[in-house]
Write a protein that binds this ligand. Structure first.
Ligand SMILES: Cc1ncc(COP(=O)(O)O)c(C=O)c1O
Length: 401
């Protein structure tokens, strides 16, 4: 494989590469040593001086996280809030959009299940309607259907950029063009795209974006973030505020803090946030174009060689693909197969293909998911493919002729 990225260095910086074949960046990627060390270093500081003093001593490094994320997303530092997950960021954003009965929230059919659950709750609370928009035959959003659905009742458009259970990349930029022209706010779930490809909020044209640290960004678990376009901030009514997000003036009125950090809670894990900062810095160091080129090489090889194995069916939609490769092996239970591979030190994941709000459940309903990252090498893929192939032939050999 030809790649601009120095894979040997990436592996040397990733202790997990020596222990397992890790093909689950879409679940939680292997962190580089720098990320783990920055978390531990801060925990050690807390051990010595206590959490409050430790936060003061790390304040400069902590503040840099906002600059790092702003560079990653192409926005300003005061347009970012840190959260403890992508779902939290999503709920904070969606539940803060003022909605009334009869208003509509348009979603794609590739929405992450937690997002849909949050939106159904939002609908119960506000009386707004959640409207899934038709997809194109390849599973991505149907742009014409989206444009048609943007009538005077539409108040928010929600889109998952890269689903967790399908290797497609959704047409975020095109949706952004349509929402901008219509003047409707656009909330992008970039949980799976952040860290595996360039994601720029200006280029996409979203007002809101949410992401997680632990996936392709290689940050620690328990981290996430919310971007809110500055010009959109005052149109939100924050669903939850605490004494960091707001103050009470003398007449009992709540005055929100300036900037998007009003969405942040007082209590947080400084250590994990510092780990997130280290992960973003690490990704920026490699460059998102180089990372994307590398992960696509790996995913393409996987798709090519998996589809040549007997009984394997690829399940990815879309024309533009991501580093997520989904598949089934005919007649084989995907969870059992995953367990067999895990016992041999090859780690992938299985995932449900969630039923949409308005239609039959997809078929197959569960798939295997292999999601390599740039630290995966040819030997990793060889090992995985050989093991899978051996498992399939064992099964075929055991069958009556
Ligand atoms: C597309 C997508 N959105 C949202 C989430 C939720 O992220 P978190 O678990 O950090 O809340 C996930 C998690 O897998 C995801 O894949």
């Amino acid at each position: 494989m030809s790649t601009r990225l120095d894979v040997a260095t990436a592996r040397a910086q990733t202790p997990g590469c020596a222990a397992v074949v890790h093909l689950d960046a879409a679940g939680a990627a292997l962190p580089p040593r720098a990320v783990t060390e920055s978390v531990i270093e801060h925990l050690r500081l807390e051990e010595r001086v206590g959490g409050y003093r430790a936060a003061e001593l790390s304040a400069e490094r902590y503040e840099r996280i906002y600059d790092q994320l702003a560079t990653l997303l192409g926005c300003d530092r005061d347009e970012i809030a840190l959260t403890d997950s992508c779902t939290r960021a999503f709920q904070l954003a969606a539940h803060s959009v003022p909605l009334r009965p009869g208003d509509r929230v348009l979603i794609s059919r590739a929405e992450y299940a937690s997002n849909v659950i949050g939106l159904v709750q939002l609908s119960r609370r506000t009386g707004a309607e959640i409207v899934p928009v038709q997809t194109a035959p390849d599973g991505t959003v149907d742009l014409e259907a989206f444009a048609r659905a943007l009538d005077e009742r539409a108040r928010l458009v929600v889109l998952t950029h890269v689903p967790s259970n399908d290797g497609m990349v959704n047409r975020a930029r095109e949706v952004g063009r349509i929402t901008r022209a219509a003047g409707i706010p656009f909330l992008l779930d970039a949980c799976q795209s952040i860290g595996q490809m360039p994601v720029d909020v200006e280029d996409i044209g979203c007002e809101l974006l949410v992401g997680a640290g632990r996936k392709f960004l290689r940050g620690p678990r328990g981290t996430g973030f919310l971007y809110v376009r500055r010009t959109f901030l005052e149109r939100l009514d924050p669903v939850m505020l605490d004494l960091v997000g707001a103050r009470i003036d003398g007449s009992g009125q709540i005055v929100p803090r300036s900037g998007v950090r009003r969405f942040e809670p007082f209590e947080r894990s400084v250590a994990l946030c510092l780990g997130l900062g280290a992960a973003v810095e690490h990704a920026l160091g490699w460059g998102l174009d180089a990372i994307q080129e590398r992960v696509l090489e790996l995913a393409e090889r996987l798709r090519r060689e998996l589809s040549a194995l007997p009984g394997v069916r690829l399940c990815d939609g879309g024309t533009q693909k991501s580093a997520i490769v989904t598949f089934i092996v005919e007649g084989k239970d995907v969870d059992e197969l995953r367990e067999q591979l895990a016992r041999e030190g090859v780690l992938l994941w299985t995932t449900g293909r969630h039923a949409p709000l308005d239609g039959p459940p997809p078929e197959p309903s569960r798939v295997l998911r292999a999601s390599p990252h740039y630290y995966s090498d040819d030997d990793d893929l060889d090992r995985f493919l050989a093991l899978l192939s051996a498992t399939i032939s064992r099964r075929s050999a055991g069958r009556a002729p």
